[in-house]
Design a protein around this ligand. Structure first.
Ligand SMILES: [Fe+2]
Ligand SMILES: [Fe+2]
Length: 519
């Protein structure tokens, strides 16, 4: 049996717009009654993209959008980004028991109006809408293995987490309190999934967004902190509280003016000062939900930029150190921030990010926490790309406790740069003479080979980076970390307070020996 051929690239671009348009249309449909001009306008937007998609698919049959296994597909191609970011649209498809939408060339406004009404529960399911056929073709998925199932569940919780953060932003903007209970529920679910398979959870933190960078960052910091809390042996209830603070650590940025958050390029001194209010604003947002000042979640939000040596902001008095939960989150926060594109800097490789943490150990970061974190992620962190000595490019998926330079990797490109089957290779494997079969030559930047990490993590498919990903786009507005060269215009409160400490010795790791921290 032949495998269905992938849809044309142009059709993939258009289906993404169809899904985003449909998601926006459903919100409009929930707000306005039948026949309202706003509904019709929303449908016209979807129609324009749907027609473009049909046209781009000419010659390869009518395009079919599948919503199955908690994911969207166009034909056989997984739409990983939309499956994560449009979680509510996916829920609407599932509730309507709608698994396949075939777009015919005669698709018209009334068909899409009908579809939207089915998705919001106003109309019963129908099969033939004229220009759309619903559930005529059924998705035929290959059996999903246990590991893939776990990953799907984790990504689903991730997307619910994104929704919780979007809701939090909406509530705060509308003058309401954040909903701590639903935030805690997501964190508890994530905590259980991270405990079940930490390596897979860490892999998911390689997922970055190009439009909702701050929410993805908060989710990634939450997952990294949960894994770290687990690794340092905290009790499950402590891990959950750590995760709650980590998920909300940058919640104060909701109050940062939008023109600063969407600023492209270097920021001014005044803009940095406004950004530096976010720990206090964030702690305030959590305190008004009725939590006390000594709640670890409050201390995490308030102290995550205070610095191990208290040289950061806001200044903490009568304290020797920030709280332990805040010190743990600070390290996870720095790692995710420096590996994300920021408004003034391109992302660092995951390997390089660990060096930045090590360079700031004893100043910005608790040196013991840095050591634990480096040990947890490995010499080549899970989710990083590596070039092997035979020219293959692979992604690190698991690390061994010992032999840190020899992780388990998943193949991405062959030696000619062609995408290859995602076969897993254990680099600790030896030949009969004792020599290693393959070794890492060096770590690689995803930008170097132009690979979209999200699709790679989710499906193992190699896709080029989205076109909008360039420095002209706004990106995560995030402070430079201790150990990094600050960008022009950055206000370093560390220097202003005048209590800078000398740089400590760096933690050195010998890759071929053993873990830097005793078991
Ligand atoms: Fe922050
Ligand atoms: Fe952050």
């Amino acid at each position: 049996m032949t495998r269905p051929s992938p849809p044309p690239r142009k059709a993939l671009e258009h289906v993404r717009l169809v899904l985003r348009g449909l998601s926006a249309a459903l919100q409009t449909y929930r707000l306005y009654p039948s026949g309202h001009p706003n509904r019709m306008e929303a449908v016209r937007t979807v129609l324009a993209s749907a027609r473009d998609m049909v046209e781009a698919s000419a010659g390869s049959g009518a395009p079919v959008l599948f919503a199955t296994h908690h994911s969207f597909y166009l034909g056989p191609a997984l739409l990983s980004r939309e499956s994560i970011s449009l979680h509510r649209l996916l829920d609407a498809f599932e509730q309507a028991q709608l698994e396949a939408v075939e777009f015919l060339p005669k698709v018209a406004e009334e068909d899409l109006d009908h579809l939207a009404r089915i998705l919001v529960g106003e109309r019963p399911m129908a099969q033939d809408l004229g220009g759309l056929s619903l559930n005529r073709i059924r998705p035929r998925m290959e059996t999903v293995d246990e590991e893939a199932k776990e990953l799907t569940q984790l990504l689903r919780t991730y997307s619910v987490g994104l929704d919780v953060l979007r809701d939090t932003a909406d509530r705060v903007t509308a003058g309401q309190d954040a909903d701590i209970d639903s935030t805690r529920r997501v964190v508890e679910q994530l905590a259980a999934q991270v405990a079940g398979d930490p390596a897979q959870a860490l892999l998911v933190t390689a997922v970055k967004s190009y439009d909702e960078y701050t929410y993805y960052h908060m989710l990634n910091v939450c997952i990294l902190s949960l894994a770290l809390g687990h690794a340092v042996g905290l009790r499950p209830d402590q891990v959950a509280t750590l995760g709650l603070g980590a998920l909300l650590h940058d919640v104060g940025k909701i109050k940062v003016p939008l023109d600063i958050l969407q600023h492209v390029g270097a920021l001014s001194e005044e803009q940095w000062r406004l950004i530096q209010k976010h720990p206090i604003d964030g702690a305030g947002l959590i305190l008004v939900t009725g939590r006390d000042l000594f709640d670890p979640a409050v201390s995490i939000v308030l102290e995550h930029h205070a610095g191990y040596d208290l040289s950061g902001y806001p200044g903490l008095t009568e304290r020797r150190r920030p709280s332990l939960p805040a010190r743990l989150v600070t390290v996870a926060d720095c790692f995710d921030a420096v590996t994300s594109k920021r408004s003034y800097r391109q992302p660092e490789e995951r390997r390089q990010a660990l060096s930045i943490l090590q360079a700031g150990a004893g100043r910005g970061f608790d040196p013991v926490v840095v050591r634990m974190f480096v040990r947890m992620l490995g010499l080549f962190p899970v989710g990083s790309l590596v070039l092997l000595d035979d020219g293959l490019v692979a992604m690190v998926v698991r690390n061994h406790d010992r032999l840190l330079a020899r992780p388990v990797v998943r193949l991405v490109l062959d030696a000619t740069g062609t995408p290859c089957d995602p076969e897993e290779i254990d680099l600790s494997e030896r030949r009969t003479d004792g020599s290693f079969v393959r070794s890492v030559e060096r770590s690689m930047d995803p930008h170097e080979i132009g690979v979209d990490m999200l699709t790679l993590v989710v499906s193992g498919q190699v896709e080029p980076l989205p076109a909008e990903d360039d420095m002209a786009m706004p990106a995560l507005v995030h402070e430079p970390s201790h150990g990094e060269v600050p960008p022009p215009g950055y206000v370093d409160t560390h220097n202003e307070s005048g209590n800078a400490h000398p740089a400590p010795d760096h933690v050195r790791i010998d890759p071929e020996v053993s873990a830097p921290f005793p078991n």
